[in-house]
Design a protein around this ligand. Structure first.
Ligand code: SME
Length: 180
């Protein structure tokens, strides 16, 4: 009790009370919570999520922070098994921020679903990874996958990779929803 009162006293008299108040105001105005209707279908959830994602990243210029929050938001909304980014670095895809179990760190161009989406420059929806020649199994619990190339200034900058344990989990709704 004494220590509690003493710290309040110190905070107040050291001028940090103002910072404390500002901190609480800051906390109350941050858009830290996603508002998603749990009963909504996949397409509706993407519609609800995208403007919130935009708001989350628009004032932050650090690309790592934004990739981290985007993967967390997608994971939180859809409960994917694995969702994350790979960046093109020195002619390879290198693992970036993600949510889920540990994953392969580097993928060569044209290898696996990620390397193929990069090489072909298009989104790949793989309903059953066992049917995809050369699929890289980072985790055997993953059975379907969607990989979207990310274009920056006309070049492929990286890919967004999402995995699910369910065969046929990804459909046109995901391709459309994630492309927006
Ligand atoms: N399965 C991917 C490798 C990345 S992990 O799934 C996270 C592929 O075939 O490219």
């Amino acid at each position: 009790m004494f220590f509690y009162l003493e710290s309040l006293f110190l905070i107040y008299y050291s001028g940090d009370f103002c910072n404390f108040a500002t901190y609480n105001l800051y906390r109350s105005t941050m858009a830290e919570e996603l508002v998603i209707d749990k009963e909504a279908g996949k397409a509706e959830k993407y519609q609800e999520l995208m403007p919130q994602l935009e708001a989350l990243v628009k004032n932050e210029k650090d690309v790592i922070a934004n990739m981290a929050n985007i993967s967390a938001a997608l994971w939180q909304t859809f409960h994917f098994f694995w969702v994350g980014f790979y960046r093109v670095v020195d002619e390879e895809l290198v693992l970036g921020p993600f949510q889920g179990p540990i994953a392969c760190t580097r993928i060569r161009r044209g290898r696996g679903v990620c390397g193929s989406a990069w090489k072909e420059g298009k989104t790949l929806v793989v309903p059953d990874v066992d049917q995809f020649p050369g699929h890289i199994a980072c985790d055997c619990a993953s059975n379907s996958e969607i990989v979207l190339p990310i274009h920056v200034n006309g070049e492929i900058w990286g890919v967004l990779d999402i995995d699910s344990p369910y065969v046929g989990r990804f459909t046109e709704d995901d391709r459309e929803g994630l492309t927006k």
